[in-house]
Write a protein that binds this ligand. Structure first.
Ligand code: OFO
Length: 163
């Protein structure tokens, strides 16, 4: 059984993961409007992945005999000035998510909730990938700068991401 403090924090993180899915879907919609199909595909895959993260929190709360309490989802940003700005936002978003995971991990240690501590270890590893993949694309975009050719090559490459 989880205590109420942990239950509350896990529910907040569930909401953040759903917001992440929503944010990446909004980024996919932006790329569709720019006719960058590969970037849009990459973001759709990412959005689905975030839904699986949310469900991990959902299932963990239930398995620990807690109560899932869904909350309102914030409206995501819908427009960006450039492709690089989208990935800058994505990278910064992931670093914030990492910090939230660390905070909940810290709380679970303090509350001696070892099951939640163990559960969160998966997210500690996952966040390394989440940060590095967005940063890698951001760094490529920095190199590409204003080259349309370079952008289209990267767009083609991102279309191959598997879901
Ligand atoms: Fe769920 O990792 Fe991204 O936000």
């Amino acid at each position: 059984m989880i205590n109420s403090k942990i239950e509350e924090e896990l529910n907040k993180q569930l909401n953040r993961e759903i917001f992440s899915a929503y944010l990446y879907l909004s980024m996919a919609a932006y790329f569709e409007s720019e006719n960058l199909k590969g970037f849009a595909h990459w973001m759709k895959v990412q959005s689905k992945e975030e839904t699986t993260h949310a469900m991990k929190f959902f299932n963990h709360i239930i398995e620990r005999n807690g109560r899932v309490m869904l909350e309102k989802i914030d409206t995501p940003k819908i427009n960006w000035k450039s492709t690089a700005e989208v990935f800058k936002d994505a990278y910064e978003h992931e670093t914030k998510i990492t910090n939230f995971i660390y905070e909940i991990l810290e709380l679970s240690r303090k509350e001696q909730d070892y099951a939640t501590e163990n559960f969160l270890q998966w997210f500690v590893s996952e966040q390394i990938e989440e940060e590095s993949q967005t940063l890698e694309i951001l760094q490529k975009l920095d190199k590409i700068k204003d080259s349309t050719g370079g952008l289209l090559v990267l767009d083609h490459h991102l279309e191959k991401r598997e879901g």
